[in-house]
Design a protein around this ligand. Sequence first.
Ligand code: CP
Ligand code: NVA
Length: 307
Amino acid sequence: AAQAAPRHFLELSDFDAATLRQMLDLAADTKRGAVADKPLAGKTIALIFEKPSTRTRVSFEVGIHQLGGHAIVLSSKDMQLGRGESAADTAKVLSRYVDAIMLRTDSVAKLRELAEHATVPVINGLTDVSHPCQLMADVLTFEEHRGPVAGQTIAWVGDGNNVAQSFIQAAARFGFTLRLATPPELAPPAQLVDWARREGATIELTSDPVAAVRGARCVVTDTWVSMSDEKEGGPTARHNMLAPYQLNAALLQHAAADAIVMHCLPAHRGEEITAEVIDGPQSVVFDEAENRLHAQKGVLLWALGAG
Ligand code: CP
Ligand code: NVA
């Protein structure tokens, strides 16, 4: 018998705005304690990590526990996946045991293969090209501090990396203007920017951080050397390219007076952001980190149809 397609959470671009909003509403409901007790009772979720994690690992495990479910945290090194078993076979096997699978991987192709062969929901816990769970938390955080994000201007300064690319998708779905200042070499893929513009988003690309930040209601940055860049052989080239994009007090001066500062963490004080800014009054980075927990509960409740 044909089964309903599992509710994967792979890319923000896969969804319409209303479905993402439904997940955020569930997140806000769980945060204020307005969700039925133990909606994931009897459910088991596998959390697979091919790369390190603090926030994603702990927030998923704690969130699942708080919703009454059970999490199994797996390092791919300890799985046959780490020694060549295919993502397809892994998906088919795990689908017989668990109710959902989260994967953090370098390879978006591996995530897609897992999702294609899983009969349970697959959640993207970061790839080399996206980090949608982060953006759900970021939108929740912006809206808690500054109200509806639609029509607002958010500035991204630094590397056009996985988080930046999910910001572009979020701009298309949540209706905010996104200005990205990156070195030309580290600009986000033109194909993705074109897609977002076709979807009606306002995406402005520049190599001038001051132009990007001017008047913005929120300024965001991220590490200069992402996990997938570590194999490039030394961070020096990136540091040289990205130094002019540091989020410091002088740059933040150009933003709206009430601008908030976000960073997905982990941060490197004195590199992409100064201590003064990340530890200063405009920074909401720890609210943002906390919201990973709440946002992912919303995603899980939606994916498991338990909302
Ligand atoms: N922001 C984020 O995803 O952090 P971790 O790498 O610690 O999970
Ligand atoms: N861009 C960073 C985000 C970490 C959460 C990385 O991929 O390493």
